[in-house]
Design a protein around this ligand. Structure first.
Ligand SMILES: [Zn+2]
Length: 417
């Protein structure tokens, strides 16, 4: 269609995307419930309401906010050492002080835990953080679960990259029983491995309200394409790659398509989710709250999560063969080299739509490439200065091509209707 080219061209040259990225990352890391996340929510809502033709609403939900107030990690023996660097993992338990050996389990596979059988109980399980987006990543929550099951009293995840400082992440959202858990940098891991340590963590939970932001551009039919990205993050750095890159792309695509309100075959519903980093909660409550007719009216979901750090893009197609076909067709038509990965992956908000049978994909840069910028996710190195204007625009252009194709595809493809 004739309108596509000017839209892609506008995104390719967009300065607004760069300004949005600077403003969003200036809010800070955006841990759900923090002042930083609330500032980001206000900023993004103002951006959405300033788009002529966009119908803006919010989806609010009650949840338990997690906040850390204080922490302290010390080595007791062989040589005492205090004030070691660490960062409490979101959702983990607090403690007035627990002592034990930091049992080094290497990567922290099931075999690693098996080998150390007998040592873990009553001690700290020390495992390694790993590149989160490869075909055989063992997720932190799996290692945390192994530690819980083996009777560990604490869980420590170490960042193996010396230049990337501390590491964080979620721990404990899926279990009632929790243990204290922290991330450490590589030097600290070396200092505590095999030593007796003491950890104190003051974490609290309070009632709060989360806000998913929604903006709609109606189409000619009742069908919708959902374009989503999570704006929450972690509090170690700027949550720049993960996921300011996705949010600013979604905003710019929405702006460019808004003048076509009522003209395209399908409507565009942009959703900026929060509480993604805490067990995909925001999108879970949103998708669970739709009725059957509303779910059927969603033809496809394009979830943008981590669009910088690599020029290689992959669509995680959540088990939908029709999405693989769709992506291959867009890739060929638009001269993109998009890869696909079929298995359903629970690593971002697309999962909660796919779970309900809605064709949902995640677009990601650097999948299965441990050298991609995405290796800095969840670390102190996920900072705004590592993402260039060119990368922001490149990711948004790829996303725009997918969204345009989904908005204009024939009825019933890739799904919905
Ligand atoms: Zn993310």
């Amino acid at each position: 269609m004739a309108e596509r080219d000017p839209i892609v061209e506008a995104i390719r040259r967009s300065d607004r995307i760069v300004e949005d990225f600077a403003a969003l990352t200036a809010c800070g890391g955006r841990l759900v419930g923090s002042e930083s996340e609330k500032a980001a929510s206000g900023l993004l809502e103002a951006r959405l309401t300033s788009i002529p033709g966009a119908i803006v609403s919010t989806h609010e939900f009650a949840y338990r906010r997690w906040t850390n107030f204080a922490y302290d990690l010390a080595r007791l023996s062989p040589e005492p050492s205090t004030g070691l660097r660490c960062h409490p993992l979101v959702g983990s338990d607090g403690t007035d002080g627990i002592e034990g050996e930091a049992v080094d389990l290497g990567r922290g596979t099931e075999e690693d835990f098996e080998r150390a059988a007998g040592q873990v109980r009553g001690n700290f399980a020390l495992v390694r953080h790993e590149y989160p987006f490869s075909r055989n990543t063992i997720h932190r929550r799996v290692k945390y679960r192994l530690a819980l099951d083996r009777g560990a009293t604490g869980f420590i995840v170490a960042n193996p990259m010396p230049e990337a400082g501390l590491v964080t992440g979620g721990a404990g959202q899926d279990s009632e029983l929790n243990i204290p858990a922290v991330g450490v940098d590589r030097a600290t891991a070396r200092e505590i491995a095999g030593s007796r340590i003491r950890l104190t963590v003051d974490n609290r939970r309070d009632d709060d309200t989360g806000r998913n932001l929604i903006a709609e551009i109606p189409g000619r039919s009742q069908e919708w394409v959902v374009l989503c990205a999570h704006y929450d993050g972690h509090d170690l750095a700027d949550s720049a790659l993960d996921n300011a890159t996705g949010v600013v792309a979604a905003l710019e695509i929405l702006r460019c398509l808004a003048p076509l309100s009522g003209e395209l075959p399908r409507g565009l519903r942009a959703i900026l989710f929060t509480a993604e980093e805490t067990g995909l909660l925001g999108s879970r409550l949103y998708a669970d709250g739709l009725d059957d007719a509303e779910r059927r009216a969603i033809a496809a979901v394009v979830n943008l999560d981590t669009l910088g750090g690599s020029a290689d893009f992959t669509c995680l197609t959540s088990g939908f063969a029709a999405l693989d076909e769709f992506v291959s067709a867009v890739s060929a038509e638009c001269g993109l080299s998009l890869a696909t990965w079929r298995p359903l992956m629970r690593n971002s908000d697309h999962f909660n739509f796919a779970r309900h049978g809605i064709p949902a994909l995640r677009l990601i840069a650097g999948f299965d490439d441990p050298d991609a910028g995405a290796r800095y996710l969840l670390t102190e190195a996920d900072t705004a200065d590592r993402v260039s204007a060119e990368e922001l625009r490149r990711g948004a252009v790829v996303a725009a091509e997918l969204v345009w194709a989904a908005l204009t595809a024939s009825a019933g493809f890739p799904g919905g209707g």
